[in-house]
Every structure is written in C-alpha cells, then in structure tokens.
Design a binder for this molecule. Structure first.
Ligand code: TRP
Ligand code: ZN
Length: 877
C-alpha cells in the first residue's frame, strides 16, 4: 500500500515488454514466520522492441532483499535502486542471469495475496499482481516463462509440497526438512504460479483423455474432509469430458490438482495444474451443503478447469483483456452447467444474476466497458461486467455465427494462439475469419459501457396479413462516455398463433416461409423494422428468446399477451420471462398503491403454471418473483420501504389464494430422498421450499407446522436451511430455538456456520442491525476469514435491503465502520464489501446524504489502498 495517490493505468499506454524471461528457477525455504525465496531468472532483451536505455525495472512489494547477483557477480548497491514498488537495475546486458534472494512473512500476510497462511497451510494467490509479493519479477501477463520450483519445508508440519506441473525430484534432508522439485513444461505468466505446503488429505482418481493419456486427479483438503470431495471430483471428470466433446480440448499434464483452503478472497483460481479453491466451492455433503452449493461447486470446478485452455494455454496480453479469459470461460461454464440440469433453468439463473449484479453496475458510477480503458487497481475489475456481460458477448457471437461457425472460430483461436498472450481483438478476428462475417460493429460491445435499452412495438395489418416489429435501441451515457453508437445484436424471436402454435417467422421479400420456430433477427440500426408476412391474424410475439442479447427490453405486450405467453410459449425461458413481466408490473403497481390487489386472471394463471406438467425446477423459477433489488432497478428513485412492503404483500396474497395448491405441491414432493442430488430431486426440493415459503408468508398454521417438521428432520441442508430461514423471517421463540439448535448441531462446521450468520444478517427485522453488531463479537466471528466476513457484513449490506437502507443510516454507518476496519487487513475484501454504498444516487435525498456521508468518511479516515480509494473516488465524483 502506498501513501501517494495511485497511478492510472491506461490501455492506450500498452507497450510490449522490453525484456523477456525465458526460464525461472525458484527455491522456497518455507516457514510461516520467515520464508526465503531464491529466484534465478534467465532474462534477455525482447528482440521485437527497439533499444531504449539499458535499465531493467522489476516489480516487487514487501520483499526484504537479501542478495542480488547478475551472471554470478553480486551487485554493488550503486548498481540498482530499491523502492516501495520494485527494483531498478541501471545497466544490464542483452542476455543475462539474475539471482535474487528475498525474505517474506506469510503468517503476517492478511491481504491473502502472494504467499500466505490459511490455518496450517501455506499457499499462494498471484492473480492479478500477487507474484510481486513473492519475488522481483516482470509481473505482467505477456511475459511467459518456464518454471522449475523447489520447495523445502519441515516434513512433519508440511508433509505435502505442491507446485505447478509435474514433480521431478524428492529428497529427505538431514535437519527434519524435505525437498520437492516441480517442473512446469508450459510457459506461463507469473499470475498462474502457485505453491501449497501443508498437512493435507488427498483424494485421488484418474481420467483417461480422448487420446488415451492417463491423468491423475488429486483433490487436497484439510485432514478428515476427504469424504466431502466426491462431488467436486465427479464434476471435474464431467468437465474434462465435456471440453473434449464440445470443444476438442484435452488436458495436457500428467497430474491435475485442486487444493481447498479456508481463507480465500474469491471463488477459486486456475493456476496451471494446481487450482486453488475457496473450500466452500469444493467440500460438500447433503448434510453440509445446499443444492445451490452443489451446483456452484460443479460450475466453479468446471470454470477453473476450462481456464486451462481459455486463460492458461492462451492468456491475456494485458489486464485490460481480462474478459478474453473470464468472459469466455464463464460462457463455457454456463454451457457446461446447462447440460447438467435443464438448459432453461440454467439460463434463467444466469439472467437473474446478470440483471441483479451487472445491470446495476452498468448503470452506476462504476460502469465500465467489458474491455476497460483505464484502472487504478486491477483487482477492482473482476466485475460482473467483465465476467457476466463478457460471457453474454461470447454468447451473442455464437448466436450470430451459428454453432458450426462458432466452433470453427474457437478451433482457429486455439490453433492460432496456443502459447501466446493475446487480445480480445485477436479472438474476434478468429470468429470473423472462420465465419466470413464482419463483426466490425459488434466490437463496440467491448468498448461501450451501459446496458442498451431495446424498445419493440408491433403492428398487425389485417388486409396485408403482415405483422411489423419496430425496434429502437438506446444506450444510456455512462461516466466518461456520453455519446454512444448503435450496437449489432441478435434478436431471437418466435411468433405464436392463437392456439399457441409456433408460426413461421417469414420475412417480407423471402420467397418461401421458413420452418415454424425461433428465428434470429439482426439489429444494427438505432431504429429499424421487420415485416413478417403470411399471417392471417395478429400473432403474439415471443421476444428476445433465451435472452439473446443483454439488453433492457421495453415491449408493448399487453397483460393478456403475457398471460398467453406464460401459458403457451413453447420456450421455457419465454414462459418464465412472461411471468416475470407480469409479476414486475403488479409489484410496481403495489409499490405505488398498497391497496391494489392481485387480479383474478393473474392468480389463475399462476395456479395453472403451478399445476402444469413441467420440470419442478422450472415451475419454481416461474413462481419466484423478481427480487427487491431487481424491482428497485425499475424505479427512478428506489422506494426501499414500498418495494419491501409490496414484495411481502405479494407473497402473502399468492400464498393465501393458492393455499390448497401449495399444500398439495408440498405433499406431492415431500418424499424426495434427502440424499439424492438428481435434477429431479433437486427440482422437487426447490418447488417444495417455495411452497413452504408462500405458506409461511401467508401465515398459514399448517405451513408453520410443516416448517417446524422440516427443520426438525434435519437430514438435508437445503431443506433445513430453507426452514430455518423461514422461521427466522417469522421471528419469535421458534426462530430463537431453531437458531440455537442449528448452531449446536453445526458449531464444528465452519461452512455451515457461515450460513447461520447469513440467515441472521438477512432477516428483514428491525432488530437485525443490532443483532449483526452483536454477532461481530460472537466467538465464531473472524474478520480474518473472508467467507465469515461476507456471510455477516456482506450478506447484510448486499442482501437485506430493508435493514441496510434503514432510514436513520445505521446500516450505512455499520458498513463503513467495517470497511474501515478491514481495509488495512485485506483491501481487496474491503473494496468488495463497500460496493452497496456506491449506488447512493439511486435513493431518496435523505438516504443519498447519509450514504454519501459514509463514503466521505471512508475517504477521509481510510482509502489508503488503491482498491478502496478507486471505488470511493469514483462513487463521489
Ligand atoms: N481468475 C480467477 C477466476 O476467474 C479469479 C481471481 C482473480 C481470483 N483474482 C483472484 C481468485 C484473486 C482469488 C483471488 O476463476
Ligand atoms: Zn475465471
């Protein structure tokens, strides 16, 4: 952390490196208090770059320099300069060997970046710029080197010593220590370096690749946790096969390792051959993880594995290209997950996430393009925009090109750029060349921030028997980008006849009608229209099928069109979307007028949806209203209380009106086996717990009885936690008893206790804030563990709108206090936590003032880290 204000880094200033590092030999003498790192770098001038001056600048932070030699000659102090950010060697030859030796202190590393300690394990996190906390280096992703890593540590404390690649040598040392050397044959940027040392249990399996190479699969976890790895292992094997089948990508080393640790800033990290995971995304049993946890584990294991090709074999030239690996890998992860359960349900969840996280980001002070053009702290750009909107941009290219051309584009990308550090432009060019399509206008998606608004209205002409869709796009201004240009986007639509049949989407001018069903139109102008022919009655359009572009759609569908689509759209996503539209309109009406009631047709439509013979998981999604956050997005000024009240009223009413149906649903689904994780069983539990939620919100005594029973059975965490959440939401003695019982039962399971904290932090009660403050002093609270911090502070600020936005500002004050306390320990985590304050402009004047005051307080009393500094300054400007 520097006291001077941090430097703005710009994409336009990118220059290739003046020096390259071909080979790295590292030796770690590991000890939590004092680790010594020796590095031997084979450096040469980059032949592609003209001679500048003879000096070399290496990044390095918090390193205690012990020795430095060039080609074997110790360097005198006047040959170099050492400062807070690194090392400058004044004069270096064309090609040379640099030996450095530094000391670092993993046990004191609370930022969890570089080499740090998690319980008794030593491990590393180098993305994006953590390697400079381990050794002096060219810490940038376009410097690719071969690594050989030797680890030396006490054999008893650290029996397992892991690094990237394959182990090539082991030795016992006379002093009770041992030594292992690893070699990674694939050149990589230093952000993919990793090591792990500890007393770990190993679960082992094998995988035979398509070309019949055998790969050892190992998952390392804290002792006694081996049985909880089965699902992660199974997911890994599925992901490995999927990448072979779908993209022709095989694994490339003899061993693939995953290590789970308790202290981790994010979800997981794709280090070459040695993925590191937040243990919540590895460990699972039906008693300790929910169905949602199981799904996340499969997705994240796959995500990190997929990075082996999209990220590692082909990496980013610079950090502005982050979405090159993240957007593409999220897309691959989503496609993989779609095959595990149902594609519609997967798409629904991804779209919900995009709307809840990315749309607000794109509409606020932190809005940035998928390829940003500047940053102060790169850690702040691991955002929903770079990840999720980035994935949507890949998906749109796949839609525009069609599956065959898209696959050819991917093949070309892998063939042409394997072993390179490249740009988003290189990727798009592969798509163009493989398809023969011009993506010139499409590229604007990577440059322009802001969610486009797409307005569509239709007109039927009975004499001509034509239907015309008028389409208009508008991209709102965002910070630093006031003028926008129209985007190229795929608009997937269907047309439905009176009986719900799919009609051919037949464009005027075409000689023959196409087959009935979805058709992808291409929107390129700010305003344009499409004329469809051969229609003897007004069709009902099913617009933006599968959410074919990440836009805010404003259509002119009537309530009866939506009711029709909810009942008849053959596309599951389309039925859900129609239901969301209906619920959103109704909820917003309830916000404006608390006495508004639920129309009868509406209740009947939802009764019908509930009784439909469909996938229970999809039914559950259809009957889940948009979240309070999503509703807020729709309002000019977010009415915190009004939205909360409307949401509750809606739940109560739908619970009351459909009481018999909810009870019947619960009865029908109740016998699902608690240990089974099939899509069927998972879907039944989801629907069941939704039924229970509606019954509880309606204050139904039978619901309460069922809830108590479900909590008491306690065999499946999905069910137990759902019941606990509902009991706590209801409050009173039942809630207190259930919380106490839950804690007793799971006090030895940190990941389950995280949920115990989160349930309390998200309860929509007046006393919640006081409870959160009390929980900060609970013996199980630990500010050093990011999962625990997120489960209490993060959950309160991000998932409890009514309490966080309490009118007196106490929620804001609590968050600011915590951000200030955490920032010196873990700036990355502090910066992420503070995000709910950023959107202060969206609220009423009183709340705006209170939120802004806390941001100002943070900037005065803290903001010493570039992470927090960048966010508060953008929020206040
Ligand atoms: N590259 C990682 C992923 O997408 C995420 C990541 C980036 C990360 N920086 C990190 C994880 C810091 C942990 C800590 O999977
Ligand atoms: Zn990733």
């Amino acid at each position: 952390m520097s006291e001077t204000s941090p430097q703005l880094i710009r994409l336009a200033d990118y220059r290739p490196p003046e020096f390259l590092i071909d080979a790295v030999e590292l030796c770690f003498e590991l000890d939590p208090e004092h680790t010594e790192v020796s590095a031997r770098l084979s450096i040469r001038r980059n032949p592609a770059v003209g001679q500048a001056n003879g000096s070399l600048r290496l990044a390095g932070e918090g390193l205690e320099l012990l020795a430095l030699a060039l080609d074997g000659q110790p360097l005198p102090p006047d040959a170099y300069r050492l400062d807070e950010q690194g090392l400058t060697l004044w004069q270096v030859p064309e090609r040379f060997r640099l030996d450095s030796r530094v000391a670092i202190h993993p046990a004191r590393n609370t930022a969890l970046e570089g080499l740090y300690q998690s319980k008794d394990i030593l491990c590393t996190q180098c993305e994006a710029e953590g390697f400079r906390r381990i050794s002096f280096f060219l810490d940038r992703p376009d410097v690719l080197a071969r690594y050989r890593t030797t680890l030396i540590a006490d054999r008893k404390r650290f029996p397992v010593l892991l690094a990237n690649g394959n182990p090539i040598e082991r030795a016992e040392l006379p002093d009770g220590r041992h030594r292992v050397t690893w070699e990674d044959p694939f050149p990589k940027p230093c952000y993919l370096f990793a090591l792990v040392a500890g007393d770990l249990e190993c679960v082992e399996d094998r995988f035979v690749t398509a070309s019949e190479r055998e790969v050892r699969l190992q998952i390392y976890v804290e002792p006694q946790k081996g049985e909880r790895c089965a699902h992660a292992m199974q997911s890994l094997k599925q992901a490995m096969r999927w990448d072979e089948v779908r993209f022709g990508r095989e694994y490339d080393l003899d061993v693939f390792m995953i290590v789970a640790v308790s202290h981790f800033n994010m979800g997981a990290m794709e280090n070459k051959g040695l993925n590191l995971f937040n243990d919540r995304y590895v460990l699972a049993s039906p008693q300790t993880a929910t169905d949602e946890d199981f799904a996340h584990i499969a997705a994240i294991v796959a995500h990190e594995y997929f990075h082996n090709w999209t990220g590692n074999r082909i990496t980013c030239r610079d950090w502005f290209q982050l979405s090159l690996k993240e957007g593409l890998t999220v897309y691959r992860e989503q496609e993989f997950a779609a095959g595990l359960f149902s594609p519609s349900v997967q798409r629904i969840r991804d779209v919900r996430f995009l709307r809840a996280q990315q749309f607000p980001e794109d509409a606020g002070p932190l809005a940035h393009p998928v390829r940003p053009d500047s940053y102060l702290e790169i850690n702040n750009f691991y955002t929903a925009t770079v990840y999720e909107k980035g994935a949507e941009l890949i998906r749109m290219q796949a839609t525009l090109l069609g599956p065959e051309s898209f696959r050819r584009g991917m093949d070309l990308y892998f063939a042409r750029h394997d072993g390179q550090a490249v740009t988003i432009e290189d990727f798009v060019r592969c798509m163009e060349e493989a398809s023969g399509r011009d993506l010139g206008q499409f590229r604007r998606w990577y440059e322009q921030a802001g969610t486009p608004e797409l307005s569509i209205w239709g007109g039927y002409d009975p004499t001509a028997q034509t239907y015309t869709l008028h389409v208009r796009q508008f991209i709102p201004p965002t910070p630093g980008q006031l003028v926008k240009h129209p985007l190229h986007l795929p608009l997937a639509i269907g047309l439905l006849g009176e009986d719900g049949r799919e009609l051919p989407v037949w464009l005027a001018g075409e000689p023959e009608p196409p087959a009935a069903g979805t058709r992808v139109l291409e929107v390129t102008e700010s305003e344009q229209h499409f004329v469809f022919v051969g229609l003897d009655a007004r069709p009902v359009p099913s617009l933006l099928r599968g959410f074919s572009a990440p836009v805010k759609l404003k259509d002119d569908l009537t309530e009866s069109d939506r009711l029709f689509l909810l009942a008849h759209d053959p596309d599951g996503f389309g039925r859900w979307e129609a239901g969301q539209g209906l619920m959103q309109d109704l909820l917003l009406r309830l916000v404006a007028d608390p006495k508004a009631s639920l129309p009868a047709e509406f209740i009947e439509a939802f009764r019908h949806a509930l009784r439909a013979k469909a996938d229970p998981a999809l039914i559950a999604e259809v009957l889940t209203p948009p979240s309070e956050e999503e509703l807020g997005e729709q309002m000019a000024v977010i009415d915190v209380e009004g939205i909360h009240r409307a949401h509750r009223l809606f739940g109560t009413e739908l619970g009351r009106h459909l009481r018999e149906d909810w009870i019947a649903v619960y009865r029908d689904n109740a016998e699902a086996d608690p240990s089974v994780l099939t899509p069927e069983a998972v879907g039944r539990r989801a629907l069941n717990n939704l039924a229970l939620a509606y019954l509880m919100r309606a204050g139904n005594p039978e619901g309460l009885e069922l809830c108590r029973m479900q909590f008491g059975k306690g065999r499946n965490l999905t069910d137990v936690l759902a019941a606990l959440r509902l009991l706590v939401e209801r409050g009173g003695d039942d809630a207190e008893a259930a919380l106490a019982e839950f804690y007793r039962r799971w006090s030895h399971e940190p990941l389950v206790i995280d949920k115990w904290f989160a349930v309390q932090a998200t309860a929509p009660h007046r006393e919640t804030l006081v409870r959160v403050v009390t929980l900060l002093h609970h013996p199980a609270y630990d500010p050093g563990n990011p999962n625990r911090v997120r489960s209490l502070i993060g959950a309160f600020a991000a998932h409890n709108p009514i309490c966080f936005h309490a009118a007196d500002g106490a929620g804001y004050c609590l968050l600011a206090d915590q951000v200030l306390q955490l920032e010196p320990l873990n700036p990355q985590l502090a910066a992420r936590l503070l995000k709910p304050l950023i959107r202060w402009r969206r609220f009423d004047p009183q709340r705006q003032a209170l939120m802004r005051a806390e941001l100002v307080r943070i900037s005065k009393q803290g903001a010493r880290s570039p992470d927090v500094f960048e966010l508060v300054s953008k929020a206040c400007s």
